[in-house]
Write a protein that binds this ligand. Structure first.
Ligand code: UGA
Length: 430
């Protein structure tokens, strides 16, 4: 028998909160999860998992005895001293991060030197300092504060929790809490970056901004490849082998989506602007991404001519495979643009259709890939779900009315598509 593990609280049961809860429960910690959404808590208590994330339902079910769900913050405060904050920080109309949920948690905390807020929510650099000041003003200056940003990717979140590239722990160096957070992560054997709060906050924003920059960069290279006859897959392979650059996040396509890159890149740009600095590069990263989402429309117009009345099948809607998350998905812009051009869009996603219908109530969602493709003049691969990569292209050719296949993720077997008599076009691969 090892040492008993420290119980923790997790406030906010979205993607980050539930994965953190599941990950620590798996490590043997008792986890006290809190959410103000009582329906969600009731569902979690019944063993239902409100999001789709591979393996999450199984881990939550497998460690039920260590997972406690409540809509009362007091329940977490009474049982744990480390309270992980994983509430939403969506963009406001001005593009800044909305910190109201984070601040509401801080305000609800008791004055206690036995407790610490451990910030997992992505917040602008400077938030920790503001919260510590606010707590001090409220006579709760003894409450410790640690920044512990999250780097998990949706779709592989549990694997990322179990084997993080690094764990970042930022504190002011005077309280017990930073060491306690490091001890929690110790069994994972990860490299720990121990730093101050502001730097920890900036590491998170800079990491997402850099990854988004890599994607916009390779997307622009892909666009130039189309003009010059080079193949972006070959270019990315050759460039990525340079150890200083690395092979990851060099997949050209129809732009990055998801709530995080979209939100964090503009939040960092605004944070810089609000501090008096014009972050030029990020303006371009955002603009390139917006244009990239629309590029498929001109590709379709080149093949089909007038788009009015044309039937276009969208294969995939989620912002990436293995998630039902539609936030910031390129499919939203693509579907709206195609409809605006007068095309009839019929889409299919194995998991995200429900969420897509909620966001685009008029979108025609088919119950299967075959039904989306039936009678289509063109098909567009939007999300590289395994199901689409395994399509029988001879069967697809027989059911489509037209012959255009645009591979928005450079993920299909181009030779197999062409062998079926279809016209194949990817992004930057000729
Ligand atoms: C991203 C970061 O990768 C995580 O480290 C971070 O923790 C997370 O944001 C967050 O801040 O919460 P996520 O949004 O889940 O994770 O997804 P990614 O796998 O990073 O993909 C984002 C988008 O970029 C997807 O639309 C994907 O298709 C696109 N992408 C990714 C490309 O177009 N090309 C690539 O080479 C890689």
């Amino acid at each position: 028998m090892g040492e008993p593990r420290e119980p923790i609280g997790v406030i906010g049961t979205g993607y980050v909160g539930l994965v953190t809860a599941a990950g620590f429960a798996e490590l043997g910690n008792d986890v006290y999860c809190v959410d103000i959404d009582e329906h969600k808590i009731a569902a979690l208590q019944r063993g239902e998992v409100p999001i789709y994330e591979p393996g999450l339902a199984e881990v939550l079910a497998g460690h039920r005895e260590r997972l406690h769900f409540s809509s009362r913050l007091d329940d977490a405060v009474a049982n744990a001293r480390l309270l992980f904050v994983s509430v939403g920080t969506p963009p406001t109309y001005s593009g800044d991060a909305d910190l109201s949920a984070v601040l509401a948690v801080a305000e609800s905390m008791p004055a206690s030197k036995e407790h610490a807020l451990v910030m997992k929510s992505t917040v602008p650099c400077g938030t920790g300092r503001s919260i510590s000041r606010l707590l001090a003003e409220q006579g709760k200056g003894d409450l410790a504060y640690v920044s512990c940003p999250e780097f998990l990717k949706e779709g592989s979140a549990l694997a990322d929790f179990r084997a993080p590239d690094r764990v970042v722990v930022g504190d002011d160096g005077t309280s017990w809490a930073g060491d306690a957070v490091c001890a929690l992560y110790e069994p994972l054997g990860a490299t720990v970056v121990r730093t101050d709060v502001a730097s920890a906050e900036m590491i998170k924003l800079a990491a997402n901004a850099f990854l988004a920059t890599k994607i916009s960069f390779i997307n622009e290279i892909a666009n130039v490849c189309e003009e010059t006859g080079a193949n972006v897959l070959e270019v990315a392979r050759g460039v990525g082998l340079d150890g200083r650059i690395g092979p990851k996040f060099l997949a050209a396509g129809i732009g990055y989506g998801g709530s995080c890159f979209t939100k964090d890149v503009s939040a960092l740009k605004l944070l810089a602007a609000n501090s008096g600095y014009h972050f030029q590069l990020l303006g371009s990263v955002i603009e390139v991404n917006e244009l990239q989402k629309r590029r498929v429309v001109s590709k379709l117009a080149r093949h089909l001519g007038e788009l009015t009345g044309r039937r276009v099948a969208l294969l995939g809607l989620a912002f990436k495979p293995n998630t039902d998350d539609m936030r910031g998905a390129s499919s939203l812009v693509l579907a709206a643009r195609l409809e605006a051009e007068g095309a009839h869009v019929r889409a299919y996603d194995p998991v995200a259709a429900h969420e897509a219908r909620r966001m685009m109530p008029d979108l025609d969602c088919a119950p299967s890939a075959a039904e989306a493709l039936e009678g289509a003049d063109a098909a567009v691969l939007v999300t590289e779900w395994p199901e689409f990569l395994a399509l029988d292209w001879n069967a697809v050719a027989a059911m489509m009315a037209g012959d255009v296949v645009i591979d928005g993720r450079n993920a299909l077997d181009a030779a197999a598509v062409r062998a079926a008599g279809l016209r194949y076009e990817g992004i930057g691969i000729g």
